[in-house]
Design a protein around this ligand. Structure first.
Ligand SMILES: *[C@@H]1O[C@H](CO)[C@@H](O)[C@H](O)[C@H]1NC(C)=O
Ligand SMILES: *[C@@H]1O[C@H](CO)[C@@H](O)[C@H](O)[C@H]1NC(C)=O
Length: 335
């Protein structure tokens, strides 16, 4: 079966890191990894025509869309640990979730991506959901991981942090790696009263309604449950449709955030020397998807936008080999 492992991202970054070292005098190369929480295939790039995703569409037009992206484990902390170390969860020690009673963490001797990059002169940052441990293994120079709703769903606040990070990077005059880990489209609280107040996907939080607060840069989109696309693995019921409509609102908020970050990237002068990647930790939070070994649990959206590989722009990668060649440029010799 042809597949592109999420591990490829790591290789891509490390290659970028090496070329930074070997070509310090030449142009700098930076990387931004945008990581969605429990997000599925709601972009138009994956043929969803109902959920609005203009900013991910722009990224798709400037990059490669990967149709065979998979996580090695359909669960939050382990998936993140694999992404950040390149080691399967049983090798890095993060077998399960990090928080409260689960209490998993990686082995102390594991070398993670941000630490390797930092040791090679790259300024590193995390904005958003952390959910891995220990800090000594997963350390970043710029570390903004709370309060979780603010750093993970408040796109105005996140934009301010992105701006600060990019300003710091410019002041240091070093290449950078920024990991932006959204909390959207994770579900909100399970308590019925919280769901009534803020919506099942915190889709009402920050919309300016009574008691919801406001996220100034966000223009909330509300979706009609009758119009959403019900995936084949879910029952077509009213409850499922209402949940999917709420998830679309949360996904669209993330998309608007990505638009803001791309504006910040442009304003910082780094649109044309930054690799931008988008993917997610596991499938959507519905039966048969998240935490399941089925396709909807393991399959991930994955997009890679390299300003140096314009020949890949707008393309869809269906094979492991094809995608690897196009992403890393190994097929044509490294650039
Ligand atoms: C989207 O639809 C087009 C046209 O039918 C098809 O070629 C493409 O493979 C589809 N993409 C995905 C991700 O399903
Ligand atoms: C989002 O962040 C902005 C900027 O920090 C703040 O003014 C606003 O109140 C926040 N919104 C919510 C809902 O917390």
């Amino acid at each position: 079966m042809s597949s592109v492992s999420i591990l490829l991202i790591l290789c891509t970054l490390l290659l970028a890191g090496q070329s930074i070292e070997s070509a310090r005098s030449k142009a700098k190369k930076n990387a931004i990894l945008i990581f969605a929480d429990d997000a599925g295939f709601m972009q138009s790039a994956y043929n969803n025509s109902v959920c609005d995703t203009p900013n991910l569409d722009k990224l798709a037009a400037r990059g490669l869309v990967i149709n065979r992206g998979y996580t090695s484990v359909s669960s939050c902390s382990p998936s993140r640990s694999v992404l950040l170390t390149g080691l399967p969860q049983h090798q890095n020690g993060m077998y399960g979730l990090q928080h409260s009673v689960h209490h998993f963490q990686s082995f102390y001797n594991v070398k993670s991506l941000p630490v390797i990059l930092r040791n090679n002169g790259v300024y590193t940052g995390i904005i958003g959901k952390y959910h891995v441990a220990p800090r000594s293994v997963y350390d970043f120079d710029y570390f903004k991981t709370g309060p979780i709703q603010q750093v993970g769903r408040n796109i105005t606040y996140m934009r301010q942090l992105v701006r600060t990070f990019l300003r710091n990077a410019n002041e240091r005059d070093t290449p950078f790696f920024l990991y932006i880990a959204f909390f959207d489209t994770h579900r909100g609280s399970w308590k019925p009263e919280d769901q009534r107040k803020n919506g099942p996907f915190l889709n009402l939080w920050g919309d300016g309604g009574k008691g919801h607060g406001r996220i100034p840069d966000w223009k909330p989109h509300v979706y009609d449950p009758d119009k959403v696309l019900v995936p084949y693995f879910l029952p077509d019921t009213r409850a499922a449709r209402e949940d999917i409509a709420a998830m679309y609102t949360s996904f669209n908020r993330m998309d608007q955030g990505i638009g803001l970050f791309m504006e910040e990237l442009k304003a910082s002068g780094h649109l044309d020397d930054t690799l931008v990647m988008f993917t997610a930790d596991n499938g959507i939070p519905f039966p048969n998807a998240k935490t399941n070994l089925y396709e909807p649990g393991q399959g991930e959206p994955m997009m890679i936008s390299s300003p140096h590989h314009t020949k890949s722009w707008g393309k869809v990668g269906n094979s492991r080999a094809g995608a690897r060649k196009e992403i890393t440029g190994l097929g044509q010799g490294r650039r």
